[in-house]
Design a protein around this ligand. Structure first.
Ligand SMILES: [Zn+2]
Length: 253
């Protein structure tokens, strides 16, 4: 009898422990979930409340071109050349300043690509597709394989004249076909780190959630002009152009 009583006591003690521990774990999990969601909420609210004054989603330097927002016809704007590369005339000085800044820091840079017309993109696309067909692919296979490496005509940001492919000369020498690994070079790291000072953002970051937003894999060489104020804000809040434009629209801008 005594033994049975002791067994009962031990059992009930164990039960109490299990309940307390279970409750503790439950509260902890609940608390974690709550703190996570409140972090997200505050980030969202913060984004919405301190947006730069006077900035609108329709501003010329925030034009969004991606696979979900393709252009149906060529954009009309004044063009200028920098080192033989065509860009939107409005960003010529910013490109020069960006390159001069890098030079002053000890890095030579190569401007590789700027404005591309939709027509030109069509030709590039067709050429690659023709090659794929010549390699034995069906039309559908060739189309798919081409779209994986070449932007569909109309959906390349280079159509805006506001995007440049730029690399440290040493990085470009090692990776003439432009590869993410160019960011191993101090020159490329400098460009990425200081882009916002000249009004540029690294347009296609490497974070998975951001790749989902841009629809394009990490490109350590593709810089997009958005203006100094926007660029600094986007860097500070860790925003892609997609997320920034969305926040502006949600704020009625
Ligand atoms: Zn590019």
């Amino acid at each position: 009898m005594k033994r049975k009583k002791r067994l009962l006591t031990i059992l009930s003690l164990a039960l109490v422990c299990a309940i307390v521990l279970g409750g503790f774990l439950f509260m902890r999990t609940g608390h974690q979930q709550q703190s996570t969601s409140s972090t997200n909420d505050s980030a969202k609210t913060k984004t919405l409340t301190d947006l730069p004054k006077g900035v609108k989603s329709t501003d010329w330097d925030l034009v969004l071109v991606n696979k979900w927002h393709p252009l149906s016809s060529e954009m009309n704007f004044e063009k200028a050349t920098v080192g033989g590369i065509t860009v939107n005339a409005r960003i010529k000085q910013a490109v020069l300043d960006f390159q001069n800044g890098a030079r002053a820091a000890g890095y030579q840079t190569n401007l590789i690509s700027g404005y591309r017309s939709i027509q030109y993109q069509k030709e590039v696309f067709e050429n690659v597709k023709r090659n794929n067909i010549a390699q034995g692919m069906t039309d559908a296979e060739a189309e798919k394989a081409t779209a994986a490496v070449v932007q569909n005509p109309g959906s390349s940001e280079h159509h805006t004249g506001l995007a440049v492919d730029m690399a440290g000369s040493d990085a470009f020498e090692k990776y003439p076909n432009l590869e993410a690994n160019m960011d191993q070079f101090a020159s490329q790291q400098w460009l990425i780190k200081h882009a916002a000072d000249y009004g540029f953002v690294l347009r296609y970051p490497k974070e998975k959630s951001q790749i989902k937003q841009t629809g394009i894999d990490y490109e350590s060489w593709h810089f997009r002009y958005v203006g100094v104020e926007n660029a600094k804000y986007m860097v500070k809040h860790h925003l892609t152009l997609e997320a920034y434009v969305k926040a502006l629209k949600e704020a009625g801008r």
